[in-house]
Design a protein around this ligand. Structure first.
Ligand SMILES: *[C@@H]1O[C@H](CO)[C@@H](O)[C@H](O)[C@H]1NC(C)=O
Ligand SMILES: *[C@@H]1O[C@H](CO)[C@@H](O)[C@H](O)[C@H]1NC(C)=O
Ligand SMILES: *[C@@H]1O[C@H](CO)[C@@H](O)[C@H](O)[C@H]1NC(C)=O
Ligand SMILES: *[C@@H]1O[C@H](CO)[C@@H](O)[C@H](O)[C@H]1NC(C)=O
Ligand SMILES: *[C@@H]1O[C@H](CO)[C@@H](O)[C@H](O)[C@H]1NC(C)=O
Ligand SMILES: *[C@@H]1O[C@H](CO)[C@@H](O)[C@H](O)[C@H]1NC(C)=O
Ligand SMILES: *[C@@H]1O[C@H](CO)[C@@H](O)[C@H](O)[C@H]1NC(C)=O
Ligand SMILES: *[C@@H]1O[C@H](CO)[C@@H](O)[C@H](O)[C@H]1NC(C)=O
Length: 620
C-alpha cells in the first residue's frame, strides 16, 4: 500500500515537473518520455521540449526546412515523426546528434533532392520513410552512415535515376520499396551494395523490359514484389536467375503467357501471384516441380481450359484462386494431387456444372467460392449439396442460375430434394409429311424437360444429326429443333426419328416423309410440315407418372384413380390443347420465329404440363 502510494506520488511529481517543461499546445507523457506536438501550425520545434524526450511527434505541422542544429539538444530521441509537413530542405547534419534514433518518418513532404550529409550521424536508424516526396534522383552515398538501416521506403516519388552507389553503406538493409516512381528499368547495378536485401518491392513502374539476371546481386532476396508494370514488353527467361525466392508477384504486367521459363528454377516458391495478366492459356507442365508452392493466384486472366495435369506437382498448395476467368468446365482430375488445398476460388467463371470427381480428393478444403457462375442446379449437381452437408466446417459459396425457380438461391438455403432432373418429353412434332420431288422440307420437334433436352434426328438411312452436325448440302438441323431437308428425292422417303435427350433420360417420336404427288392442293414452297401436339402419347405419359406416384399410396385407391384419370383425360386434352395451340399453331410455329422464341416455348409448356399434372393429382 505504502509502495503504491509512493509510486503514485512519484508519477504525479513527474507529471507536475513535466507539465512545467511541456510546451503549450503539446502534450507530454513523462513516463514514456513522449511529446506530441502534432497537428499544429509549427514552423520549427517549439521551445521547452524536455531534453530527455525519446519520442517526438511533429507530424502535420508547417515545417519547410530542418535546420542543421534544430534537434541537437534532443540526443535521446529514438522516434521522430515529421511526416505531413512541407519540408523541402534538410540541412546537412540536421540529425547528426541523434545517434539513438531508430525511426524517422519523413513521408508526405516536398523533398526533391537528397544530399550528402542529410542523414549523417543516424548510426542506429533502422527505419527511414521518405515515401510520397518529390525525389527525382538518388545520388551516391546519401545513406552511407545508415549502417543499421533495415527498412527504407522510397515509394511514390518521381525517381528517374538511381546512382550506382546510391545505397552504399546500407549493409543491413532488408526491405526496400521503390513503388510508384518513374524508373523505366530496374537499377540492377545499384543493388550490389545491399546484399542483405530480403524484400524488394518495385510495383507500379513504367518498366518496359526486364533483362537477364536483373537481380543477380541479391542472393538473399526472398520476396520480390513486381506488379502494375503496364508497359512491360520483354521479360527475359533468365530474369530471376540467381535468386531463390519464396514470394514472387508479377500481377498486372501485361504478360501474354505464363513466364514459365522465368520462374522455372524458383522451386522454393511458396506464393506466386500472376493475376490480371492477359494470359489465355497455360501449356502443360508449366508448374513443374513446384512442390513448395502454397498460394497460387491465376485470377483475372483469359483462361478457359486447363490441362488436367497442370497442378500435379503442387502437393503443398493451400490456396488457389482461379476466379474471373472463362472456365466453362473443370477437368475431373484437375485437383487430384492437391491434398492440402484449403481455399479454392472459382467464382466469376462460366461454370454450369462441376464434376464430383474433381472434389473427391480435396480432404483439407474449407472454403470453395463458386459465386457468379451460371450453375445449373439439377440432378447432376446434387452431389455438391450432399457434399456440403457432410462437412459442416466447410464454406461453400454458390448460387443457382437455373432452373428458373431456383435462380438466385444460395446453395446453403437449398435442400437435396431441390436438385432434380425432369425427363425429356416431346410435346409436339410435325405431322407425317408429304413432299414433291425437288421441294425443301422442314421437320420440327419440340420437347420439355430439365435440363432443356437436346433434339437430334435419325434419318431413314440411320444417319445421326444434331445441331453440331456439319451441313452436307442436303440435311441440317437448324434452330435447335428443326430438321431441314433440301431438294427431296425418292431416296429421302421413310421414317425420321426425333430424339430428345437430357441427363434425366430420353424421349423419341417418328415422323414419316412421303415423296410424291400431294393428295391435296399443294401449298406455297418451301413446304412447312404442320406441327401436332402429342395428345395421345401425352396422356399415356401422364397416366404412367400418375401411376408411379400412386404406387406409394394405398393400392386400393389405384383402380379408382385410373377411372378418375380416364374421366379427366378429356379435360386434360382440352387444357393441354388450348395451352399448346398458340405456340404450335401452324405457320406461327416457324414463320419468322427466332431461336429465342423457340427456346422460350418449352418452358411455358413445361409449366402448363405441371399445372395439368398437379391438377390430376389434386383431383385424384
Ligand atoms: C504547404 O505549402 C503549400 C504551398 O507550397 C501551402 O499551400 C500549404 O498550406 C502548406 N501546408 C502546410 C501544412 O503548411
Ligand atoms: C532555421 O529555421 C527557421 C525556420 O525553419 C528559419 O527561419 C531560420 O532562418 C533557420 N536558421 C538557420 C540558421 O538556417
Ligand atoms: C539547446 O539547449 C541550450 C541550453 O539549454 C540552449 O541554450 C540552446 O538554445 C538550445 N538549442 C536549441 C537549438 O534549441
Ligand atoms: C538502437 O535502436 C534499437 C532499436 O531499434 C535499440 O534497441 C537500441 O538500444 C539502440 N541502440 C543505441 C545504441 O541507441
Ligand atoms: C513521373 O511520372 C508522372 C506520372 O507519369 C509524371 O506526372 C511526372 O511528370 C514524371 N516525373 C518525372 C520527373 O519524369
Ligand atoms: C525439384 O525441386 C527440388 C526442390 O523442391 C529440387 O531440389 C530438385 O532439384 C528439383 N528437381 C528437378 C528434377 O527439377
Ligand atoms: C428446404 O426444406 C425446408 C424444410 O423442409 C423448407 O422449409 C425450405 O423451404 C426448403 N427450401 C427450398 C428452397 O425448397
Ligand atoms: C435436286 O436434286 C436433283 C437430283 O439429285 C438434281 O438433279 C437437282 O439439280 C437438284 N436441285 C437443286 C436445286 O439442287
Amino acid at each position: 500500500m505504502a509502495y503504491h502510494l509512493c509510486v503514485t506520488a512519484m508519477v504525479l511529481a513527474a507529471y507536475l515537473t513535466a507539465a512545467k517543461a511541456c510546451p503549450s499546445s503539446c502534450t507530454c507523457d513523462p513516463v514514456w518520455k513522449a511529446v506530441d506536438c502534432s497537428h499544429r501550425k509549427f514552423l520549427s520545434i517549439p521551445d521547452g521540449i524536455p531534453a530527455d524526450t525519446t519520442m517526438l511527434h511533429l507530424e502535420e505541422n508547417s515545417f519547410q526546412q530542418v535546420n542543421s542544429s534544430q534537434f541537437s539538444n534532443y540526443t535521446k530521441l529514438q522516434t521522430l515523426y515529421l511526416y505531413n509537413n512541407n519540408i523541402s530542405t534538410i540541412e546537412a547534419g540536421a540529425f547528426a546528434e541523434l545517434e539513438h534514433l531508430s525511426t524517422l518518418r519523413l513521408f508526405t513532404n516536398h523533398l526533391s533532392t537528397l544530399e550528402n550529409g542529410m542523414f549523417q550521424g543516424l548510426t542506429n536508424l533502422s527505419l527511414l520513410d521518405l515515401s510520397r516526396n518529390r525525389i527525382l534522383t538518388i545520388p551516391d552515398d546519401v545513406f552511407s552512415s545508415l549502417q543499421n538501416l533495415e527498412v527504407l521506403h522510397l515509394w511514390d516519388n518521381q525517381i528517374i535515376f538511381v546512382s550506382l552507389n546510391a545505397f552504399r553503406g546500407l549493409d543491413n538493409l532488408h526491405h526496400l520499396t521503390l513503388d510508384g516512381n518513374n524508373l523505366t528499368a530496374v537499377p540492377t547495378q545499384s543493388f550490389q551494395t545491399v546484399p542483405k536485401l530480403e524484400t524488394l518491392q518495385i510495383l507500379n513502374l513504367p518498366v518496359t523490359s526486364l533483362p537477364a539476371y536483373a537481380f543477380k546481386s541479391l542472393p538473399h532476396l526472398k520476396a520480390l514484389h513486381i506488379g502494375d508494370w503496364p508497359r512491360l514488353e520483354f521479360l527475359s527467361p533468365e530474369a530471376f536467375d540467381g535468386l531463390d525466392l519464396t514470394y514472387l508477384s508479377l500481377y498486372r504486367c501485361n504478360l501474354q503467357s505464363l513466364p514459365f521459363e522465368g520462374i522455372r528454377r524458383q522451386w522454393g516458391l511458396k506464393q506466386l501471384l500472376l493475376y490480371d495478366n492477359p494470359i489465355a492459356n497455360i501449356r502443360p507442365n508449366q508448374f513443374y516441380n513446384m512442390s513448395q508452392l502454397e498460394e497460387l493466384y491465376l485470377n483475372d486472366m483469359l483462361l478457359d481450359v486447363l490441362d488436367s495435369d497442370i497442378f500435379k506437382d503442387l502437393t503443398s498448395l493451400i490456396k488457389l484462386d482461379m476466379s474471373s476467368n472463362y472456365f466453362k468446365s473443370i477437368p475431373p482430375t484437375l485437383f487430384r494431387k492437391l491434398r492440402r488445398l484449403e481455399y479454392l476460388d472459382l467464382s466469376f467463371n462460366q461454370l454450369s456444372y462441376l464434376p464430383q470427381q474433381a472434389f473427391q480428393t480435396l480432404h483439407s478444403l474449407r472454403t470453395v467460392r463458386l459465386g457468379e457462375n451460371p450453375l445449373q442446379c439439377d440432378c447432376d449437381l446434387k452431389w455438391l449439396k450432399v457434399w456440403e452437408g457432410k462437412f459442416t466446417a466447410k464454406e461453400i459459396v454458390a448460387t443457382c442460375s437455373r432452373p428458373l425457380k431456383l435462380h438466385g438461391l444460395e446453395l446453403k438455403n437449398l435442400n437435396v430434394s431441390n436438385f432434380i432432373c425432369e425427363l425429356p418429353y416431346i410435346t409436339g412434332y410435325s405431322k407425317d409429311v408429304w413432299a414433291k420431288e425437288g421441294e425443301d422440307v422442314m421437320l420440327e420437334c419440340k420437347a420439355t424437360g430439365f435440363p432443356q433436352p437436346r433434339i437430334s434426328w435419325v434419318t431413314p438411312d440411320g444417319l445421326h444429326l444434331d445441331p453440331d452436325s456439319k451441313y452436307d448440302g442436303k440435311l441440317k438441323v437448324s434452330n435447335e429443333i428443326v430438321l431441314y431437308i433440301q431438294n427431296v428425292t425418292d431416296a429421302d422417303e421413310g421414317e425420321y426419328m426425333c430424339l430428345a435427350n437430357n441427363k434425366g433420360g430420353s424421349d423419341k417420336v417418328k415422323i414419316t416423309l412421303t415423296v410424291g404427288e400431294y393428295p391435296f392442293k399443294p401449298s406455297v414452297l418451301p413446304q412447312v410440315a404442320d406441327m401436332q401436339p402429342r395428345v395421345e402419347d401425352q396422356t399415356k405419359v401422364m397416366m404412367s407418372r400418375t401411376q408411379q406416384k400412386r404406387k406409394k399410396a394405398n393400392p386400393a385407391l389405384v383402380a379408382g384413380v385410373i377411372i378418375a384419370a380416364a374421366v379427366l383425360i378429356g379435360l386434360v386434352f382440352v387444357l393441354v390443347w388450348i395451352v399448346r395451340k398458340a405456340p404450335i399453331d401452324r405457320g406461327l410455329a416457324l414463320r419468322g420465329s427466332t431461336s429465342e422464341e423457340m427456346r422460350m416455348l418449352p418452358s411455358r409448356d413445361q409449366t402448363n404440363e405441371n399445372v395439368a399434372l398437379s391438377f390430376i393429382e389434386t383431383i385424384a
